[in-house]
Design a protein around this ligand. Sequence first.
Ligand code: ATP
Ligand code: MG
Length: 367
Amino acid sequence: MYLSELTLKNFRNYEDVELSFSPKINVLIGENAQGKTNLLEAIYVLAMTRSHRTSSERELLTFKKDTATVCGTIERKLGKLKLELILSRKGKKAKVNHLEQARLSQYVGQMNVILFAPEDLSLVKGAPAVRRKFIDMEFGQIDPHYLHNLSQYRTVLKQRNKYLKELQFKKTGDLVLLGVLSDQLAAFGAEIIARRLKFLSKLERYAQKIQNNITQSRENLTFKYESSISDVSGKTVDELYSRLKQYFAENSKKEIFQGTTMYGPHRDDVRFLVNTKNVQTYGSQGQQRTTALSVKLAEIDLMKEETGEYPILLLDDVLSELDGERQTHLLKTIQDKVQTFLTTPSLSEVTRQLIDDPKIFRITQGR
Ligand code: ATP
Ligand code: MG
């Protein structure tokens, strides 16, 4: 799929712009603080209804404005799709072909994007929460059931944690209700873990291939899912459900004492191993960067496999982070495959020659 047109009104430093893009590589060139990332952010928001760099919608509105509009035309195999997102201080509205969607979860998934920015190094170096967020965002985009189970899981988790706190203070309480909540949580949790395992093993295969290409087979990348309910590999949904229930039953005293749910997918993590060693602790800076890039690029292939279409790739300031060889490989991997938006303060002649027929935009102060 690709984004053919984009209109922005009062989005960050763009008061009013209309752009049309190439289905191949679009290069956004501009000095610092001109609006390159803002433009990528707008495309990301159009797809996901929320920003990758802020949870506060207000920040997205141009200073002193009340409403922002992001509007785009997506060309997909099945035809054209018009997406519109209206952001205001009161909330947001999403429309598909002029029809307002009752739920944002119905809207997300129409347009698929993959974003890679310098801070994505935290995918490898950061806390487990960073990797869980990555997994949830990416798998949620390709699987509506994943998204559904996740939102149900979060709702029940909140209730269960609240109830555990009550029990912690009251010392006595209705353990039947805790059992009911545990049951529900186990059911949604099992679905989430099972889907994570399925998608991660597919993602691992693609990432491995890419890492092999970049490093000329010197680095073998593998994933390891680390669950709070110990080894879960190869387990069915039913087995995971029983395991979670068992953990909740056996540890209720501990959980009441802590006043929080200590087991389940919200406590899980995934490790990236290079030549069987955890790259987070043993990897060099370059290996960590390559790993983050391989995992992100693997998403392109996974999305194609799951949705039948390639997503749109957003690369924020990535070239400056990579040496010449890796730049070449990256550009080769995406060339002719996916529509790409690439930001950079400047484009060297060498890099430019690597890109086949780029459309170049020069950005100055939101224009
Ligand atoms: P760099 O090369 O440094 O990454 P960039 O071109 O990616 O720069 P952006 O992050 O896209 O820069 O834009 C930053 C500019 O946008 C800042 O100068 C900031 O003042 C402006 N800006 C951010 N939010 C808003 C807003 N809500 N309203 C108006 N302007 C904004
Ligand atoms: Mg930027």
